[in-house]
Ligand binder design. Structure first.
Ligand SMILES: Cc1ncc(COP(=O)(O)O)c(C=O)c1O
Length: 267
């Protein structure tokens, strides 16, 4: 015995529809409730929403820049530079699904991420002292600041000893600024060859262009050095110039202030 009118197949379908609607309404309400609970866990609510919107916007700008350059957006990774950022700014970005972060200091990174390392990719983007090389090699997935022969030798020894395999980038001081770390362009090929000779797996190059110069020519120079050394990865571009960097072939961009807001003053 069915409860629909004879000759009509509308009634049961309407019943199904009504049940389906109720189910989807319940699903929406549950997901809303889940979102509210998620936000509640990342108090304060107003600042939690803001960084997520920034993350969406930066990812959209990265994708648009890649497409405009005829590149696949999936080729370019966002390294969220969490250095000197308060946890309240970082957590919403983490909750929103960002898994790659850049840190400046070994100690600060270990304190911040040590207990929640699972599923993350961590890049060291600040200067590395040789006495921290062992810790850095064991902790970071990527070290972007290989910049001198002594560090290369120590890293080679430590990597072999620990059996770890951080991906390595050579930092190039494209602007030849005396206050900045990195190998000057004229010495880049020799240094890369020296690293390879030590058994280091060099994945790519990184640069930080001078603040008062057009970054495009520095990105082009980095791309040229990488190409002639057979290196496929380019870490270049920050908050103000990541779209230009993508145009010149960046495979990762390091974005801090545009994502998290202004950094805290140095301790
Ligand atoms: C090496 C490096 N890359 C990227 C950034 C991020 O810069 P911005 O905040 O301009 O995105 C910083 C910040 O200091 C940095 O030191």
């Amino acid at each position: 015995m069915t409860n629909h009118r004879p000759g009509s197949d509308f009634a049961p379908r309407a019943g199904y529809l009504w049940r389906a609607r109720r189910l989807s309404l319940a699903a929406v309400l549950t997901s809303d409730l889940f979102r509210v609970l998620q936000l509640k866990m990342t108090e304060p609510v107003p600042s939690a929403r803001l960084p997520c919107a920034r993350l969406d916007e930066i990812q959209a700008r990265m994708a648009a820049a890649a497409r405009a350059a005829g590149r696949d957006p999936a080729e370019v990774r966002l390294v969220a530079v969490s250095k000197q950022q308060p946890w309240e700014s970082i957590e919403p970005i983490l909750v929103a699904g960002q898994t790659t972060f850049g840190e400046n200091r070994v100690q600060e990174a270990m304190e911040r991420w040590g207990g929640r390392r699972e599923g993350l990719t961590l890049h060291l983007i600040g200067p590395l002292q040789t006495n921290k090389a062992a810790e850095a090699a064991a902790f970071f997935d990527v070290i972007e600041t290989l910049d001198r022969p002594k560090l290369a030798r120590v890293l080679a020894t430590e990597i072999q000893k620990a059996g770890c395999a951080p991906r390595l980038y050579v930092q190039i001081n494209t602007g030849e600024e005396p206050q900045k770390a990195g190998v000057v362009p004229a010495e880049a090929d020799g240094f890369i060859a020296e690293c390879l000779g030590l058994g280091l797996q060099i994945e790519g190059l990184m640069c930080i262009p001078p603040v008062d110069e057009e970054p495009a020519m520095h990105f082009a120079l980095l791309a040229k050095i990488a190409a002639r050394n057979g290196l496929s990865k380019l870490s270049m571009g920050m908050s103000d110039d990541f779209e230009t960097a993508i145009r010149f072939g960046a495979t990762s961009v390091r974005v801090g202030s545009a994502l998290f807001g202004a950094r805290l003053a140095k301790a």
